[in-house]
Structures are given as C-alpha cells and as structure tokens.
Design a binder for this molecule. Structure first.
Ligand code: ADP
Ligand code: GLC
Length: 482
C-alpha cells in the first residue's frame, strides 16, 4: 500500500473557511483504494460544530518541547467517507472561534506548533506515510523539519514531502528572531536561499525550498506564479523550481454538490429537466430573500470570501450602471469590512434588486448555486476557484475573469460555433466585466435556446476528482519511483 498523509489547516466536513477545506476533505476519498491509503491530519479546533466534535475518538497524548515549554499534544481520530482523519489537540492554540485570526504572529505560533506536532505524532499512530502532502503556509515547515531534526530518526528516513499552493498570497511571514524561536530551527535556515525572504522569515518559502515536489491548483496559476505580477515576490524561487512544479486542477465532490439529490434545494433537477424545474428554485429564492417574484429578471449570484482577491472593486465601480438593468444580484459572503459594507450599501440603495447576505451559510450557498441564472466571479487572481465549478454543476452560467483556474475551467461561449460553458473577460477592467455581463444577459433574454444549450454543456462538464486524483497518483509515483 502507498501511504500518503495530508497535513492541512482545514477540511470539510469538520471545519471550513474556503476552498482549501473542500479540497482536503474531498480529494483523499478519490484515490484508487487498492493502491493508496490517503489520510488527513488537521488541528482539533474548538470551533468545530458539536456534531463533529462528538465523532472524535481519543487516541493518545504526549508532550513536545515547543517555544521553550513542554507542551501538551493530544491525538484524536475520526472516519469520514472511508477516510481516516487525525486531529491535533491543544486547547491553548486551537480554542478560538475561527481557525485563523487577524494576528499573524499568533497564527505563526499556532501553525508552527501544528507542523511540529504532526511529525511528532506520527510514530504514535498506526500509520507510516511514505509522503506527507502539505497544504499552504500553515504546513510550510513540515518539509523543512523533515530535512532537519526529523531526518535523523529511522522512522522518517526516505519520507518525502509535497507542498500544494492553494494561495500564494498568504505566506506566514514575520521577523527572523520570532520565527526562529517558534520553529526551533538553527540560524542555518534563515538565509536568503532558505527561509529568509526580504529580511523576514517566510514559512511558505521554507516549504517551497525543501519540499520534494510542488503543486498548485490549476495549470494556468502554475504558470502565472512564475511571473512578478502573480508571484507575490516568490516568482524567482518558483522559476528556479520549475522542474518540480506542476498544476493539477481541483475537482469538487460530485455527491455533496449534485442538483439531482441536493436536499437544500427547493426543487431538485438534472440535465434533462432543468428547463422546467430549475426556475422553481429561482422563485423560491426570490421569496426567501424578499426579491420581486419575476421569472425573467436575470439573477446573478456571488458566493465568496469578501477579499480583494475576488475582484469586488470591479463590481463597486459599475454597480450603479449594472443596477439600471433588469437584473437581480444575490450576494453571500463574509470578509473584509469594506466589502461587507459595500454590498450592504447596495442592498439598501437598490433594495428591489440586490440582496447582501453577510454571513456564512452552507444552505444558502447551495440555494444560490441552484437558483441563479448566472454566477459572477471577476477575480483579480484565482489559483483554482471551486465556486465556478459548483455553478457549472448546477447549470448556473459562470461569468469570470480569465485568470488562474477560472481560465482553465470555464470555456467562453462562442456563438458562431455553438460552444462554451460560460462567459469571460480578459483584463481587470470594470467595463470589460460589464460587457461580459451584458453579453450574457443578451443571450439569456434574446436567445434562450442558445442559453439553455450553454447550461446543458455546463452541466455536462466533468469536474469531479476522477482525472485530477489520477494526476496526483502519478506525481506520487514519480516522486517515490513507484
Ligand atoms: P476560496 O478558497 O478562495 O475562498 P473557492 O472558490 O476555491 O475560493 O472556494 C470557496 C468555497 O467556500 C466554496 O465552497 C464556496 O461555496 C464557499 N463559501 C464562500 N463563502 C461562503 C459563505 N459565506 N457561505 C457558504 N459558503 C461559502
Ligand atoms: C484557495 C484559492 C482558490 C482555490 C482554493 C482550493 O483558497 O483562493 O482559488 O480554489 O484555495 O484550492
């Protein structure tokens, strides 16, 4: 059996703030079970829903030297969807009401603790991974530790590491002195060809230097991050590691996101009957949110973390123009205050057309994917993006900016050839975005048969994990010489 351990800061269904959780919680179940045993390790957050906390089974505990103190580490376990999950417990570090805080230094202390604890816990569980697959900066020190202190033990010899970049913007950066103290790594590691970047210590950089292979979540993003615009100051390093870097596009869980069986929808539907049935969801959502009950208003959905990554500045810029059209805009998201307030403001100003739902709701997200005519995602950058895949799955036509995974997963409509699954625009420009929305709206109003064919193709596109899980398997095989 080939053993792989995912180490990450979030995984559905236990804890989720964004797409990382969807990936870590759905990909492991999609490997070929006769060859691969893929398990997952995440922190045991106190903010997990009670029903998941109740599922956890205590395994053991130990004490680990950390930041000058003898620190408690508990290990818990749960099975979900045929996959084993391990949880690292320490109430001091993981008792907050969200996985991340706005205090970078504190998060560094917490996740460096987690990274050390993951490796220290391994000899105590009944699982010996051949590969540790790390995700984002929170687990960036694992490859460094594997190279350093942990390489001495027989148990860790030949263990390889992979790191996947889900978002290069977050790197876990603080002054060298502090990170040295938290990590316990020697001065040797804090040089510009290792963890140091622009005088500070950079935890993700450590992972990118020491991991045996690097992946990111779409082919286009894998190219983009080698350029200064998208490279977040690490493009040089990524160019240097080009040979070990590959882009593997994300999939989504086709069972959790399935319009035919989704119990959160008012009315389920499929590729055959969406023409008649999908509209019932739109009506229900209009009712639920107190929007005008109109079948032909062009309903646009947004489900997103509200950060500048997602391109909301473009929406702000043309909102007054867009609001003149016969549209309805339904937003679900939380994040930066300026965007939360911006959407609240538009909700107030154009109350008959716009709804800002500034909270987190799994259920409303499904209802938006299943009800809207179009789904807007004008990202400034997008490593992969899962929301547009969910929209495609539900036959809600994506309107996206051609960047990262959005470019790789949404095929722009071509009216001459009758191809395409959505609409897109190239430049980060508000009127280009508005042009794409108007084009989509026009097809929706004046060429409904064509519009329905777009939906048909969107629902037919396959972004389940089937293909991508095989690509991960190939990468593991290449890495291990299997
Ligand atoms: P990112 O990981 O950058 O946030 P993705 O598109 O990869 O973007 O994934 C976002 C995930 O988070 C999707 O599953 C989306 O439905 C979900 N999501 C984002 N905001 C909310 C919210 N307010 N309520 C429910 N789900 C949300
Ligand atoms: C990150 C990215 C998003 C990607 C997700 C899962 O949060 O912002 O584009 O889909 O990770 O890989």
């Amino acid at each position: 059996m080939k053993n792989v351990l995912f180490a990450a800061s979030e995984a559905v269904p236990f804890i989720k703030t964004g797409g990382l959780a969807d990936v870590v919680g759905s990909l492991p179940a999609c490997f070929q079970k006769e060859y691969f045993d893929v398990r997952v390790m995440i922190p045991k957050y106190n903010c997990m829903a009670q029903k998941y906390k109740d599922m956890l089974q205590y395994i053991t505990n130990f004490y680990m030297e950390y930041n000058g103190q003898n620190t408690y580490v508990g290990i818990f376990k749960a099975e979900w969807d045929g996959v084993t999950y391990y949880f690292i417990d320490n109430e001091y570090y993981f008792s907050g009401n969200s996985p991340y805080t706005s205090d970078v230094k504190w998060d560094l202390e917490r996740f460096i603790f987690f990274s050390r604890a993951v490796l220290s816990a391994l000899p105590l569980i009944d699982f010996h991974p051949d590969i540790i697959h790390c995700h984002d900066w929170q687990t960036g020190l694992i490859p460094v530790y594997l190279h350093d202190s942990f390489s001495a033990g027989e148990f860790f010899r030949n263990m390889k590491s992979v790191i996947t970049i889900h978002n290069l913007k977050f790197q876990g950066t603080w002054d060298v002195k502090t990170v040295k103290r938290f990590s316990g790594l020697s001065s040797y590691y804090f040089a510009p060809d290792k963890l140091e970047a622009y005088k500070d210590a950079n935890v993700l950089k450590g992972g990118l230097v020491y991991a045996d292979a690097i992946t990111t979540v779409s082919r286009t993003y894998a190219e983009e991050i080698k350029t200064p615009f998208y490279g977040e100051k690490l493009d040089g390093l990524l160019r240097a590691r080009d040979h070990d870097l590959r882009g593997i596009v994300n999939g989504i869980d086709y069972d959790s996101y399935n319009p035919e069986t989704d119990t959160m929808l008012e009315k389920t539907y499929n590729q055959k009957n969406f023409r008649k049935e999908k509209i019932k969801n739109k009506r229900a959502l209009q009712n639920q949110l107190g929007l005008e009950r109109r079948d032909d208003a062009f309903m646009i959905g947004v489900v997103s973390r509200l950060t500048d990554q997602k391109g909301f500045d473009l929406i702000a810029y043309v909102m007054d123009e867009l609001a003149q059209d016969d549209i309805q805009l339904v937003v679900l998201g939380t994040g930066e205050e300026k965007y939360e307030n911006m959407f609240r403001h538009f909700d107030w100003k154009y109350n008959s057309k716009i709804r800002a739902n500034i909270y987190y709701s799994e259920e409303l997200s499904h209802r938006i994917y299943g009800s809207c005519d179009a789904f807007l995602m004008p990202s400034l950058f997008e490593p992969c993006g899962l929301s547009q895949l969910m929209a495609l799955r539900y036959g809600t036509v994506p309107i996206v900016r051609e960047t990262g995974g959005l470019k790789d997963t949404v095929e722009p409509y071509n009216e001459f050839e009758g191809t395409g699954t959505g609409f897109s625009f190239t430049n980060y420009n508000a009127h280009e975005m508005l042009g794409a929305i108007h084009y989509a709206h026009n097809v929706y109003v004046n060429h409904r048969r064509e519009w329905n064919k777009i939906i048909d193709r969107a629902m037919q596109a396959d972004f389940s994990w089937n293909v991508s899980a095989l690509q991960y398997q190939e990468m593991y095989d290449w890495l291990m010489g299997w």
